[in-house]
Write a protein that binds this ligand. Sequence first.
Ligand code: CA
Ligand code: CA
Ligand code: ZN
Length: 209
Amino acid sequence: MLRSLGGIGSLAFILQTKLCDEKGLLEQRLHIGGRVDFFSASHFFDLNVIAQSATVLIHRNGKDSRGIFGTTIHELAHVSHWDSGYGDILWVVNKRIPESWAVGVEWQITNDIYQGYGIYNNKYQLVDISEIDDLKGYTPLVIDLIDDYNQGKFNSLRPNDQAWGYTLSEIERALPTSSGNWWAWRDDLKKMFDNPTEENIDYLFTTYK
Ligand SMILES: [Ca+2]
Ligand SMILES: [Ca+2]
Ligand SMILES: [Zn+2]
């Protein structure tokens, strides 16, 4: 798991430490609940901690174990993002930042752990440009910053993804934590890291905005 994180960021901290024994006044051990209901969305809601109920609730929704693992990782990506300063109000302002981040974390870590089971969440590479609004903020931005698969190469209806090689750790270090500024994420990625494809990330940020 830590291999895909490539360093100790806030996400790695959550996965390593918080699940074990962090205790504070409100911030007790992270509480993850599981339900078998259908048709309910898994979620993270930080204020649940006040009522001492699970802040992360995973609904099975017919998922297999890989899907449950992936969903849990997705929600933990939100937990670490909120711990870094993002919050519920910002989520209302810009859901695209936290959801694109969580989609990417879910994709990378689940594929790392479940090797040999086919590509997890490959559906994100099958999205046409005209369908991006339908994703409601759950964009493949982070996946495309990492992967070397250009889904637009043989299909001009799909994004022409010519970026690759960013790591989750780099993307997390540039991730907006106290603002909902999408473009700051792009600018910080360019400023903070040298990547041979950095000129091509403008296209992704513009396409998924
Ligand atoms: Ca890519
Ligand atoms: Ca891609
Ligand atoms: Zn989410």
